[in-house]
Design a protein around this ligand. Structure first.
Ligand SMILES: Cc1cc2nc3c(=O)[nH]c(=O)nc-3n(C[C@H](O)[C@H](O)[C@H](O)COP(=O)(O)OP(=O)(O)OC[C@H]3O[C@@H](n4cnc5c(N)ncnc54)[C@H](O)[C@@H]3O)c2cc1C
Length: 486
C-alpha cells in the first residue's frame, strides 16, 4: 500500500505527525509514503522558509505549535535552541518556526517508511481500479491514497503587471526577491495586510532611505493584537456545536449571532462597544486598539478559539446567510481575525506621523510608463513609484485565475478531478477532507488541506486549523482503508 503526500509545509508535516500517531507499528512498516516536494521549502513550507529574521510570526509565541497534543512544544523548543528568556506574548521570526518545523518533521520521518522525491507534481490521474497515478516531469508513481498539501494558491495580479521590471509579484523570500537601488527610491506597497507590513519592516531595515507608500482601496490596516489571555469557551466549543447540529438544529446567522453574544456576555465583553470602537484599521483606530488592549485581547482570544468551529458553522449556513455575513461583518471580522503585533503597530504609527511612510486610498489602477509606475486613484490623483510590491494576497477564486495557478492545480480543475468552491479554493467533504469531483462524487482516497480548501473553512488557513484537518483526514483515510480490506 502506498500513500502519496504532495507538499511538505505545515500541512504535509501535520499528515506525517498524524500517520505516526494513528497508524499501528505493523502498518507503519507496511505502508510506503511517497513524498513529493521542492527542495527549498522542504520541511518549512512557504511562510517559514529561510528568509530575513525581520519577518515575524503574527501570533503570540505561546499559541504556536505543530503538535496540538503538546501546546508548549514550540515554546520549549525555543528555550532549548534559541533563548531561555520568557517568550510569552512575543512575536518571533518565522524562520525560527521553520527550523522547529523541520526538526519535528525529521523526527516523524524516522518513524515511517518514506521515499522522498524532490520533484514537483504536474498531474494526477484517476485509474479505473480506484488508485491514482502521480506524475512529475521525471517519474510516475501509482498510489492508493493521496494527501494534497500543496499549500498556497497563486498570488493575485490585480493590475496585470506580471513580468514588468520593478514589479515584485511574489515578495517571498524577501531576501531573494527584494533588491532595490540604494538611495531615495520610491516603493509602492499595494495592500495593507500582513504581507505589506512584512515588506515595510524588511525595506526600512535594508533600505532606510527608500520612500514607502501603502496603496489600497480603503486605506485601512488590520486591528492591533490585544493582550490575549487564555479563555474557556462555553457556546462555541466544537462538541457543543456538533451536538446542536446533530440534534437537527438548523444553523442560521441569527442563531450564530445569538451564541456569539452569549459567549461574549459570559466573558463580560460588550460586543456592541467593541464593534463600534475597536478594530477600525485607521491610524486613530490602531491608537484606540492600543489603548484598550486588554478588552481587545480577550475579544480576539475568543475569536481565535472559535476557529475550530468555523468549518462546521460555515458549511452549515445557507449561502444567502454566508453572503449576508460577508456583506455586513466580513471586512471588520477579517481585521479582528488577523491582527498586527503591537510593536509593529507602534512602529507604523510613528513612521506615518514622522512622514517617513505614507498611505494612499482609493487606488484604481497601476500602469508602467517608461521606467516608472503610475498609480491612479478614484479621485483622479496620480502618483509615481520606482518599484511596486504586490501585497494583495492569494487568488482564491479558481474559476477566474487558472492561468496564474500551478500546473497541477490547473490540470485537476480542467479535468474536473477537483471542483472550484464558490467561496474559494476547491470543494471537499468536511471533515473527511475528501475532494469532491466534477460529477459531485466524493473521492475518499484523495484528501486536500490548507488554503486550497479554505472556502470550506471561511478563509481560514492557520497552523492550528491545518493540524486539526490533518487529524481528520488521516483518521478518515484509515477508516476507509479498514473498510476496503474488510
Ligand atoms: C506570509 C505568511 C505568513 C503567515 N503567518 C502565519 C502565522 O504567523 N501563524 C499561522 O498560524 N499561520 C500563518 N500563515 C498561514 C499559513 O498558511 C499556514 O501557517 C501554513 O504555513 C500553511 O501551510 P501549508 O502546508 O498548507 O502550505 P505551504 O506552506 O505553502 O506548503 C506547501 C508546500 O507544497 C509545495 N508544493 C506546492 N505545489 C507543489 C507541487 N505541485 N509538487 C510538489 N510540491 C508542491 C510548496 O512548495 C510548499 O513548500 C501565514 C501565511 C503566509 C502566506
Amino acid at each position: 500500500m502506498k500513500i502519496g503526500l504532495i507538499g511538505m509545509g505545515v500541512a504535509g508535516i501535520s499528515i506525517l505527525r498524524e500517520l505516526t500517531k494513528q497508524l499501528n507499528e505493523e502498518t507503519k512498516r507496511r505502508v510506503e509514503i511517497v513524498i513529493f516536494t521542492d527542495s527549498e521549502q522542504f520541511g518549512t513550507g512557504f511562510p517559514y522558509q529561510p528568509d530575513d529574521e525581520s519577518l515575524l510570526i503574527n501570533q503570540y509565541t505561546e499559541t504556536m505549535t505543530i503538535d496540538p497534543d503538546e501546546p508548549d512544544d514550540f515554546v520549549d523548543w525555543i528555550s532549548r535552541n534559541k533563548t531561555d528568556r520568557s517568550m510569552y506574548h512575543t512575536h518571533l521570526p518565522r524562520t525560527w518556526f521553520g527550523e522547529y518545523l523541520s526538526q519535528s518533521m525529521n523526527s516523524w520521518l524516522r518513524e515511517l517508511n518514506v521515499l522522498i522525491k524532490y520533484e514537483r507534481v504536474e498531474d494526477i490521474k484517476c485509474l479505473p481500479n480506484g488508485t491514482y497515478s502521480i506524475h512529475t516531469n521525471r517519474s510516475e508513481v501509482i498510489v492508493n491514497s493521496i494527501h494534497l498539501t500543496t499549500g498556497h494558491l497563486a498570488y493575485k495580479d490585480p493590475y496585470q503587471l506580471l513580468g514588468e521590471t520593478g514589479y515584485i509579484y511574489n515578495p517571498y523570500p524577501a531576501k531573494e526577491k527584494i533588491h532595490l537601488q540604494e538611495g531615495k527610491v520610491s516603493v509602492a506597497l499595494v495592500g495593507t495586510g500582513l504581507t505589506a507590513l512584512d515588506m515595510l519592516l524588511y525595506i526600512k531595515k535594508e533600505y532606510p532611505f527608500a520612500d514607502v507608500t501603502f496603496y489600497s482601496k480603503d486605506g485601512l490596516f488590520s486591528s492591533v493584537r490585544g493582550n490575549e489571555t487564555p479563555v474557556k469557551m462555553h457556546y462555541f466549543c466544537q462538541d457543543k456545536v456538533t451536538h446542536l447540529m446533530k440534534e437537527g438544529e438548523g444553523i442560521t446567522l441569527s442563531l450564530v449571532k445569538d451564541w456569539f453574544y452569549k459567549e461574549m456576555n459570559e466573558h463580560g465583553i460588550n460586543v456592541e462597544w467593541v464593534w463600534a470602537n475597536l478594530g477600525k484599521g485607521s491610524l486613530e483606530g490602531m491608537a484606540m486598539d492600543l489603548s484598550y488592549s486588554d478588552v481587545l485581547g480577550e475579544f480576539q482570544s475568543l475569536i481565535r478559539h472559535m476557529r475550530k468551529c468555523y468549518p462546521l458553522i460555515w458549511n452549515a449556513l445557507p449561502d444567502n446567510e454566508k453572503d449576508l455575513f460577508i456583506e455586513k461583518y466580513g471586512k471588520q471580522w477579517q481585521r479582528f481575525k488577523a491582527p498586527i503585533p503591537q510593536k509593529t503597530a507602534h512602529y507604523l504609527i510613528k513612521k506615518i506621523h514622522q512622514g517617513d511612510v505614507s498611505t494612499v486610498k482609493g487606488l484604481k489602477d497601476i500602469n508602467k510608463t517608461g521606467s516608472q509606475f503610475i498609480l491612479e486613484t478614484d479621485a483622479g490623483k496620480r502618483y509615481t513609484a520606482d518599484y511596486v510590491i504586490n501585497c494583495t494576497g492569494q487568488e482564491m477564486d479558481l474559476t477566474r485565475s487558472l492561468p496564474l495557478q500551478d500546473t497541477l492545480l490547473s490540470q485537476l480543475v480542467t479535468r474536473e478531478i477537483v471542483t472550484p468552491h464558490p467561496y474559494g479554493g476547491i470543494t471537499i467533504d468536511y471533515p473527511s477532507m475528501s475532494i469532491v469531483d466534477g460529477q459531485k462524487q466524493i473521492r475518499h482516497a484523495f484528501k486536500a488541506y490548507g488554503q486550497l480548501v479554505s472556502g470550506v473553512q471561511y478563509g481560514n488557513n492557520n497552523v492550528e486549523l491545518i493540524s486539526l484537518s490533518a487529524k481528520y483526514g488521516v483518521r478518515s483515510m484509515i477508516t476507509d482503508l479498514i473498510k476496503t480490506t474488510d
